[in-house]
Ligand binder design. Structure first.
Ligand SMILES: [Cu+2]
Length: 244
């Protein structure tokens, strides 16, 4: 297992990280930020140093250099090699994080079906038994309720066109494709109410496809499930007058 080189902190200032893999994703972004940032400062520094050093008043006559001599080419080939080394470093960490987030699914403790359509999200929560498509499922629109510290598998579907299930606090983005059921996972690590977005232009109402995710403690989540239990389960003898 690869340990990250440092603890990421920049993105947390803007969007809290609320899943077990959010820090791994942030680490990749910040690794690229620091590497590219250092090269940016170095190249800009050299650029302005050359402009000043070879200003017209100091070097009135320009020299024509073809750049074919080895002594001249080294100014390109050595930085080129260094860039390749950094590319490989980023790739090694990226493959590791990709594998953990997208390919190596931990066993599910609960499952939620996520359905994108023009222009809303439907969430089918497995209910107290943790199993989808059973009598205690709870279906909600634009409102996803999950429990802290629980490994969820999501089954992502699209009814009409391409959508993208995006939960910024999880650093999760996954395309939803009509005709396919895409399984992924997340484990919430922070309670609170956060944004869910559609991150794939899906028509004129794309911008209206915002939803909310509620990450709850086990007590809060149990209370929510109890208050949203299907009528047939809430009462053995359903009383029609009790409905609103
Ligand atoms: Cu959409």
């Amino acid at each position: 297992m690869l340990e990250p080189l440092f603890q990421p902190f920049l993105i947390d200032w803007l969007v809290p990280s609320a899943s077990t893999y959010a820090d791994d994703i942030d680490f990749l972004w910040e690794l690229i930020f620091w590497i590219v940032g250092a090269w940016f400062l170095a190249t800009e520094g050299i650029f302005f140093w050359l402009i000043i050093k070879f200003a017209k008043k100091r070097s009135p006559k320009a020299q024509y250099i073809t750049g074919e001599l080895k002594s001249q080419k080294q100014y390109i080939s050595y930085p080129h090699m260094a860039v390749l080394v950094f590319d490989i470093l980023i790739l090694v960490f990226a493959v590791k994080v990709w594998y953990d987030v997208k390919q190596d699914l931990p066993p599910a403790e609960s499952t939620v079906r996520v359905i994108g359509q023009q222009w809303a999200w439907t969430f089918q929560n497995a209910g107290p038994d943790g199993k989808l498509d059973s009598a205690d499922d709870i279906t909600t629109m634009n409102e996803l309720h999950v429990q802290l510290g629980t490994v969820y598998h999501y089954k992502l579907e699209a009814l009409d066109v391409l959508h993208n299930f995006s939960v910024p606090v999880f650093r999760l983005k996954q395309d939803a494709i009509p005709g396919r059921v895409i399984t992924g996972w997340f484990e919430p690590t922070l309670t609170g109410e956060y944004d869910v977005q559609c991150a794939e232009i899906c028509g004129i109402g794309h911008g209206l496809m915002g939803a909310r995710i509620h990450i709850e403690t086990p007590e809060q989540h149990a209370a929510w499930m109890a208050s949203h239990a299907p009528i047939s389960l809430a009462s053995a003898t359903p009383d029609v007058s009790a409905e609103e």
